[in-house]
Design a protein around this ligand. Structure first.
Ligand SMILES: Nc1ncnc2c1ncn2[C@@H]1O[C@H](COP(=O)(O)OP(=O)(O)O)[C@@H](O)[C@H]1O
Ligand SMILES: [Mg+2]
Length: 260
């Protein structure tokens, strides 16, 4: 049950073309934190590695309906892929680990269309989409369906170039497929406050795209990797860890941004 008044459905895409940028860790823990403060959250896993289900300890039966069924079967319905996670207020449409990226229906608006199902808006306030580390039709689907983009990045100099490239893609989508798309922010992940390189890269991002666009960082914390391996959000695995504190602060900040 939501503790909040009814809200319009909002869709956030978590993306960065680099693998290992913290997309899945962010998607799972941000989803769990926002669910804990009363948002009714649906997490969509577009990356066929299927790590969101792993991170939430959800078993996906072989051959069951998955999020990727939308892209292999024109009749598939998103709600048929939605499963409980065991976390209050948080449901998951898991990935199909057998889906081959680059195959399937050539429709960049398939996800946007699936999200217009009125039952989705009745059951959920927030959709969070974890994406593959590629620039393919699935990412285009996610960006075309979203209201907001959140970009996790590891603050080292190579990531800055990756973020700049990604921004060029976002600006293109904003001026073509989805003019309503907005940047929710850049999220430094695996950050170490005392490493000069991290400060410098976060500073570069702030200078180029605006300081207000940089969200409160997620520090490096082994508890986040451990929680993932145990199939639990960090808030239930290690409630007093740095990782849990940082994701709680992020959820407070995002709730303000999403409701203002
Ligand atoms: N803040 C963090 N502190 C420590 N390890 C992290 C942190 N964020 C992510 N990791 C670890 O880094 C690896 C890559 O993270 P992941 O979220 O899977 O990235 P992506 O989805 O972008 O490929 C995983 O092993 C994850 O457990
Ligand atoms: Mg991932």
């Amino acid at each position: 049950m939501s503790v909040l008044a009814p809200r319009p459905l909002r869709v956030i895409v978590v993306c960065n073309r680099k693998g290992g940028a913290g997309k899945t860790t962010t998607s799972v823990n941000m989803a769990a934190e926002l669910a804990a403060v009363g948002w009714r959250v649906l997490l969509l896993d577009l990356d066929s590695q299927g790590h969101c289900a792993v991170g939430l300890g959800v078993k996906v039966p072989h051959g069951g309906v998955c999020l990727h069924s939308l892209f292999t079967n024109p009749q598939a319905r998103l709600l048929d892929a939605v499963r409980d996670t065991g976390v209050d207020n948080l449901a998951l449409a898991p990935a199909d680990q057998l889906f081959e990226h680059g195959t399937g229906l050539r429709d960049e608006l398939r996800l946007a269309q699936a999200l217009t199902d009125p039952e989705i808006a009745e059951r959920f306030d927030l959709v969070i989409v974890d994406t593959p580390p590629s620039l393919d039709l699935l990412l285009l689907n996610a960006l075309s369906a979203a209201h907001w983009v959140l970009v996790p990045f590891v603050p080292h100099p190579l990531s800055f170039e990756g973020v700049r490239q990604l921004m060029r893609v976002l600006f293109k989508v904003m001026s073509n497929q989805n003019p309503a798309l907005k940047l929710l922010g850049f999220l430094p992940t695996m950050a170490a406050e005392n490493i000069r390189q991290h400060k410098a890269t976060t500073g570069d991002v702030a200078r180029q795209f605006g300081a207000l666009r940089v969200l409160p960082a997620i520090r490096n914390d082994i508890k986040l990797a451990e929680a993932f391996a145990m199939g639990k959000p960090v808030r239930s695995y290690a409630a007093s860890s740095r990782g849990a504190q940082d994701f709680a602060e992020l959820a407070t900040c995002l709730t303000q941004l999403l409701t203002k």
